[in-house]
Ligand binder design. Structure first.
Ligand code: IMP
Length: 426
């Protein structure tokens, strides 16, 4: 039995989907343990491009069972739409997708509430994906307004809950925005009753199911969404998502203890990106930032927003690696850095005159932090055809070695292009 975890060490979009896809052949089960349809994974497979959001990447592999575990938040309408998108392209999902009955359900009031809350923060907006993720997690922690997947199958309870919660939510929403549209509890109940019937074949106690699979010796892969610096506890709060998107979420989000994991892979981009608001010490506002955005096609999979781009930040990423306890690193999108004369890697911060390699816990300190850069020579060769370390030019080798040194972890994978084959296994 082998249990692997793939987790992002930056602010998401590290191209985790490609590493998960690469490893899926060796695993029979792929598990998402946090987040919802705020995530975006682009996977190129069999000459086709697939954009996944709530569905685990394993869904593209015949023979692999994908699990949306208890730590996720599920909009059943969005889930069904994504499932239909795949079945329409000839992918058979029968018996290959499971949804935890403990996962929490996203309702229309979560999306409406998020819209008014985000706009009330004005210039300090978090820049969320507007999918009702944070408001659903808030109700999970608050309990009074929460509805789980399992509750969808208790009709009388569901009808009553929808009526009660909708009435309270509209009062809260209208307190902030009196012009907010009404919520119709009867229509919402009917809509969710239909969703419940449609997803019923997928709904299980995923914790019990996973433990059974582990006992039987199945290889299981945990697929992180977003990244460690967006973790609600360990990230750049409040500019974070509302789940534990570092490896910390695996145990709570799946019911599987972390000690069964024998390989923890931390995925990093060769540079840094972030979508939405929040501090970003190595951000580039110049033509190099634009060059990285254009070359790396750094536009959000879910929202289409241009991503903010900057140099690799070993202080932030090293912190992510320590929080997750990763064994090794996958360096993605290295090819994007070709053609630049000189590269910079941030090896420390200077905060009000003090040099540190610790990642500050407060955004005010992050906003005050100045990057201390190590300069490295660039390389001009196209590396998209490289398949082994020896194929890389000296500049690219040096760059990867520097990332490894600063993160104090070996580099196990280097990605030099979007396709599966464009990967160096170190
Ligand atoms: P939320 O997850 O929609 O609440 O958004 C909170 C923050 O997380 C925002 O800055 C989003 O842009 C960011 N975020 C959420 N999901 C992703 C993702 O999959 N990749 C990158 N950033 C994300």
């Amino acid at each position: 039995m082998s249990v692997t975890s793939v987790v992002g060490l930056q602010w998401g979009d590290e191209a985790k989907g490609k590493i998960v896809d690469l490893l899926t052949d060796e695993h029979q089960v792929v598990v998402r343990y946090q987040g919802g349809n705020n995530a975006g994974h682009t996977v190129k497979f069999g000459g086709e491009t697939y954009k996944l959001s709530l569905l685990p990447t394993g869904i593209l592999r015949p023979g692999v069972v994908s699990v949306i575990a208890n730590g996720c938040v599920v909009h059943p309408g969005a889930l069904l739409k994504e499932m239909r998108g795949l079945t329409d392209r000839g992918i058979d999902l029968t018996g290959r997708l499971l949804v935890s009955d403990r996962a929490h359900v996203i309702f229309p009031w979560h999306i409406a509430e998020e819209a008014v809350l985000e706009s009330s923060r004005k210039q300090d907006a978090i820049g969320t994906t507007m999918r009702g993720i944070g408001t659903c997690y808030r109700d999970k922690a608050g309990r009074t307004h929460a509805i789980r997947v399992g509750d969808l199958y208790h009709e009388d309870l569901l009808r009553q809950r929808v009526e009660d919660v909708a009435a309270q939510k509209i009062a809260v929403i209208r307190a902030v925005d009196p012009s907010a549209a009404a919520l119709d509890p009867a229509a919402i109940f009917e809509e969710y009753r239909a969703y419940a019937a449609a997803i019923k074949p997928c709904v299980v106690d995923s914790t019990a199911w996973l433990h059974k699979k582990l006992r039987e010796g199945s290889n299981v892969l945990f697929e992180g969404a977003q990244g460690s610096l967006l973790d609600v506890d360990h990230g750049t709060f409040p500019f974070v998502t509302s789940s534990n998107s570092s490896a910390a979420g695996i145990h709570t989000g799946s019911g599987v203890p972390e000690r069964v994991i024998d390989r923890m892979i931390g995925v990093v981009k060769a540079y840094t990106t972030r979508v939405g608001g929040g501090p970003f010490v190595t951000e580039l506002h110049d033509e190099i930032g634009q060059h990285i955005r254009d070359t790396g096609n750094e536009y959000g999979t879910v929202t289409g927003r241009p991503r903010r781009c900057g140099w690799f930040d070993a202080v932030a990423t090293g912190y992510g690696a320590r929080v997750c306890g990763v064994d090794c690193i996958a360096v993605m999108l290295l090819d994007v850095l070709a053609q630049l004369d000189e590269l910079s890697v941030c090896e420390a911060y200077e905060i009000r005159g003090e040099r540190t390699t610790d990642f500050p816990s407060h955004v005010a300190d992050l906003q005050a932090a100045k990057p201390v850069f190590r300069k490295l020579p660039g390389w001009k060769q196209d590396i998209t055809g490289a398949r082994k370390l020896g194929d890389l030019p000296a500049g690219a080798r040096k760059y990867v070695d520097t990332v490894s040194e600063l993160l104090d972890r070996p580099v196990a994978y280097i990605s030099v292009g979007p396709d599966r084959e464009q990967t160096i296994l170190v």
